[in-house]
Design a protein around this ligand. Structure first.
Ligand SMILES: Nc1nc2c(ncn2[C@@H]2O[C@H](COP(=O)(O)OP(=O)(O)OP(=O)(O)O)[C@@H](O)[C@H]2O)c(=O)[nH]1
Ligand SMILES: [Mg+2]
Length: 449
């Protein structure tokens, strides 16, 4: 028999006007009716709201509204009840406790959504989007998750799978029933356009998904440079907060200091680092190692130079190590003494004294990652690494088939790789799944969802 599960669905730490306790499963209505004063509740029609008291041994615990939703038109496709009670830790927990003592089991994180998935209400991709949606911090993150949630991404993947299936079944018929001559004969010539189209669509999805990852996870930006050029001043100005210590002494920053802002729907994570120079100080040396490591891990590096001084050995060393960067010429309020910067990176000029160059720097980052006019973008992206990896595998199989096809390999051999691509796309939306994968995905959810 299915478990009947209960949980508090609102974040109940601290006082709120209303909290919601929800329960789902075959016993849901029976269990609630044991602790609810309203006698018409148990027999009432689906999707109705009922007023009354939650009681324990005739003692009133809270005055509540109870939402009754009968299977199958519910989130989990099971009988579900939601109790709107008054906020506050004690009352909400007491109601949950009463549900548990009357026969419900405490829900695990994500168990409601897991039931929705296992009962066929949503597919795996939609389920993953639920957790992305709940965690979204910017409008574009939530828009992206919503596309996954409403099945837009699934539709696209499903349409690719349909094309593959019709190709595969056609190949199968050709082999098994060679006498069916009115059936389309799959040949090298007619396989190519279909697979090329699938390949191109997959490639496009993969590239756009990498942008999607930036929308979801934010852009990691390292601020690096020689000592005293104004990295910490730049961090503080970008964050509009005095987060890092700024002094006129060289080697002020020792550890990595992090701060985030949202800009045009994208989260920027800035990392201020120790200024790079030859140092005999052990703590500073460790800081400098960290700066170098960050440069390699960041999505982009902002090389800060002091434009009021000629270039020095350290500046040149940094310029030659960075692979993807922007140069920020700081201290523009002072007379210019820098010249001949050996780099093709875009250059932004500014002053932390006058707070200039900040908008230009942020806009440049957006431009470099192709995230301009985000509001107009379609955002039909794959929202996580698992989905992207499967899409890549599928795309590689299709590309392989296209190459083999050129070499006149028989279509029935090609069918093996087409089938593997079709299966991988199936795994993306949960048409094929393994229990372990399901456990892993749902364990990342919050309670009550
Ligand atoms: N005139 C002028 N001074 C600046 C500007 N930006 C920073 N400074 C000064 O330069 C000095 C060093 O600034 P920081 O921000 O600490 O430099 P840093 O690169 O973080 O230095 P380290 O942490 O030692 O590597 C401080 O005295 C700042 O006030 C600027 O745009 N113009
Ligand atoms: Mg500093």
């Amino acid at each position: 028999m299915e478990r009947t599960i209960a949980s508090i669905s609102t974040n109940h730490l601290g006082a709120h006007a209303i909290n919601i306790v929800r329960i789902s499963g075959p016993e849901a209505i029976e269990i609630v009716s044991k602790i609810f004063s309203n006698s018409s509740f148990k027999k009432a029609a689906s999707h109705t709201i009922h007023y009354g008291y939650i009681k324990e041994n005739n003692q009133i615990i809270d005055e509540v509204l109870v939402l009754l939703m009968r299977a199958p038109k519910t989130y989990t496709k099971e009988d579900m009840v939601e109790i709107d009670c008054h906020g506050g830790y004690v009352v909400t927990n007491k109601i949950l406790e009463l549900l548990l003592t009357n026969g419900a089991s405490l829900a695990e994180p994500g168990e409601f959504t897991k039931k929705a998935f296992l009962n066929g209400r949503i597919n795996l991709m939609e389920a993953e989007s639920v957790s992305d949606f709940l965690e979204a911090q910017t409008e574009s993150q939530s828009k992206m998750a919503l596309n996954g949630l409403t099945g837009k991404t699934t539709e696209l993947i499903s349409s690719l799978r349909e094309k593959m299936v019709s190709l595969l079944s056609n190949i199968e018929v050709n082999i098994d029933y060679p006498e069916y001559t009115d059936e389309l004969q799959i040949t090298k010539e007619n396989i190519t356009p279909v697979l090329t189209e699938i390949n191109d669509t997959l490639k496009k999805i993969i590239v756009e998904s990498q942008n999607g990852q930036l929308i979801k996870n934010g852009i990691k930006i390292a601020l690096v440079g020689k000592t005293n050029v104004g990295k910490s001043s730049l961090l503080n100005a970008l964050l509009e907060e005095e987060k890092a210590i700024v002094t006129d002494r060289k080697g002020t920053t020792r550890d990595v200091i992090e701060g985030s802002i949202a800009y045009q729907g994208i989260v920027f994570h800035f990392f201020d680092t120790a200024g790079i120079r030859e140092s005999t100080d052990l703590v500073e040396q460790i800081g400098i190692e960290k700066s170098k490591k960050l440069m390699s891990e960041a999505d982009i590096t902002v090389i800060v130079l002091n434009q009021s001084e000629p270039l020095e050995k350290e500046d040149l060393e940094i310029l030659s190590t960075v692979k993807e960067g922007i140069i920020f010429l700081n201290k523009a309020d002072l007379e210019k003494r820098i010249e001949n910067i050996p780099s093709n990176f875009p250059i932004i000029k500014g002053s932390m004294k006058d707070k200039t160059g900040l908008e230009e720097l942020k806009a440049k980052i957006i431009e470099i990652f192709g995230l301009k006019d985000l509001a107009e973008l379609d955002l039909t992206y794959l929202s996580n690494a698992r989905q992207i990896a499967l899409a890549k595998e599928a795309q590689e199989s299709i590309e392989h088939v296209l190459k083999e096809n050129e070499k006149n390999i028989p279509v029935d051999i090609l069918a093996i790789d087409i089938k593997s691509a079709w299966e991988n796309l199936g795994k993306m939306i949960g048409e094929f799944y393994e229990d372990e994968l399901v456990e892993n995905i749902f364990s990342r959810f919050c309670l009550g969802k």
